[in-house]
Design a protein around this ligand. Structure first.
Ligand SMILES: Cc1ncc(COP(=O)(O)O)c(C=O)c1O
Length: 387
């Protein structure tokens, strides 16, 4: 039969008339940038996530970039983050003028570990002006802590916010994989000073092209974000700072407004899929299935196992038509383009081990139980075969 790693046509089939109607309305107005669709989406997202403000932008990458600028990151300052994430997390730090610093992950959750964050700040930094940490080896002031809610599971925000508060750091959530994830009853996007979301089409809330949104409770930050996305201008042709062209267009907003009322239901169905996997993978000692700590609502943006002989397993599944992906095979501290940061193999052992072991299996709301069973049977067959 075969199992696709993702099939967006099934979702489209379930909402097609609504999407077509919404798109027709946009085209009839011929208003494509910063109109009523975008404004309504911002209000609806803010309400849905429990944040006071939401500001649309052109992508998740830009949401991080504008977020860092709004939080006051200055050229040459440091941002402490995880190396086990999509490239954009650190790319945005660099492009905002900052320098990424990496702390190791918690191997149980794949997310930034507050213990390692604290260790970095205590051992590798001294307190500088205003109490902010200054990295001893480079002289960089560290201004922002940037946890990523990887695969749809929130980072340990109590632990991370606690350390950030002690050191005076601003907290920017990379929630690009976590639309609807919850943490102790609150949603991702309302757990730090500012948050960045992606509406890339393969995300669990995805548009029909690139798109992103930023959320915050702070009205002054929201104003700054609104200014940054239109070239640093509040009033036309008057530029208070040098910003960007980064808007969420009306076509994207219209499609996202159709999808928004469905996203909680889709996320619940992802959880059902995860349960099918847990049952199907039980008793395979070479595989470790993901789980969420007590109080965390995982949305399984990705369903990621740890697997022995991971690359061979991937090839075996591929021969059977079962899709899988590796998110992410090379941690950011070992990427060629970040060689200048001076990291070496062995610096972040939990991150490096995860990069060798993780495998993302097919997961989407329309995935059928029989398809999950087929994927699990494939995995079982691989491990019960001759080596
Ligand atoms: C963790 C993470 N951060 C940032 C991004 C960037 O989002 P976008 O592709 O919308 O720029 C993504 C998604 O691609 C992501 O998964």
């Amino acid at each position: 039969m075969g199992v696709p790693v993702l099939d967006l046509t099934r979702q489209y089939a379930s909402i097609r008339p609504e999407v077509e109607k919404a798109l027709k309305e946009v085209f009839e107005t011929q208003h494509f940038i910063l109109g009523t669709q975008g404004q309504s989406l911002e209000q609806e997202v803010a309400r849905h996530l429990g944040a006071a403000h939401a500001v649309g932008c052109a992508s998740g990458t830009d949401a991080l970039l504008l977020g860092l600028r709004a939080l006051g990151l200055r050229r040459g300052e440091g941002v402490l983050t995880t190396s086990f994430t999509f490239f954009a997390t650190a790319g945005a730090i660099h492009n905002a003028g900052g320098r990424p610093f990496f702390a190791d992950i918690d191997p149980a959750t794949f997310n930034l570990d507050a213990v390692h964050v604290r260790r970095f700040l205590e051992h590798e930094c001294v307190r500088g002006e205003g109490g902010l940490p200054v990295h001893k080896a480079t002289g960089c002031i560290i201004r922002v802590l940037l946890p990523v809610h990887l695969y749809g599971l929130c980072a340990d925000m109590d632990g991370l916010n606690g350390v950030a508060k002690e050191y005076g750091l601003a907290v920017l959530e990379d929630a690009c994989q976590a639309y609807g994830s919850t943490y102790k009853g609150r949603r991702a996007g309302a757990l730090g000073h500012l948050a960045a979301f992606s509406f890339f089409p393969t995300k669990n809330l995805g548009g029909a092209g690139d798109g992103g949104i930023m959320t915050t409770d702070d009205g002054a930050l929201a104003d700054r974000l609104r200014m940054l996305r239109v070239h640093g201008s509040k009033e036309r042709y008057i530029h208070e700072e040098i910003g960007y062209n980064s808007r969420l267009d009306e076509v994207q907003a219209a499609v996202l407004r159709v999808k928004l009322p469905h996203v909680d239901g889709w996320n619940r169905q992802r959880d059902v899929v995860a349960r099918w996997y847990r049952q199907g993978l039980a008793g395979i000692p070479q595989v470790e299935a993901p789980s969420a700590p007590e109080g965390y609502g995982h949305i399984y943006h990705q369903y990621v196992i740890r697997a022995q002989r991971r690359d061979e397993l991937k090839g075996f599944l591929q021969e059977r038509g079962i899709g899988s992906m590796i998110y992410y095979p090379i941690p950011l501290h070992l990427q060629t383009c970040f060689r200048f940061l001076g990291y070496r193999e062995g610096d972040l052992p939990h991150t490096e081990r995860a990069a060798r072991e993780v495998l993302a299996l097919p997961v989407f709301a329309e995935l059928k139980e029989a398809e999950v069973a087929e994927a699990c049977e494939g995995i079982r067959a691989f491990y019960s075969g001759p080596r």
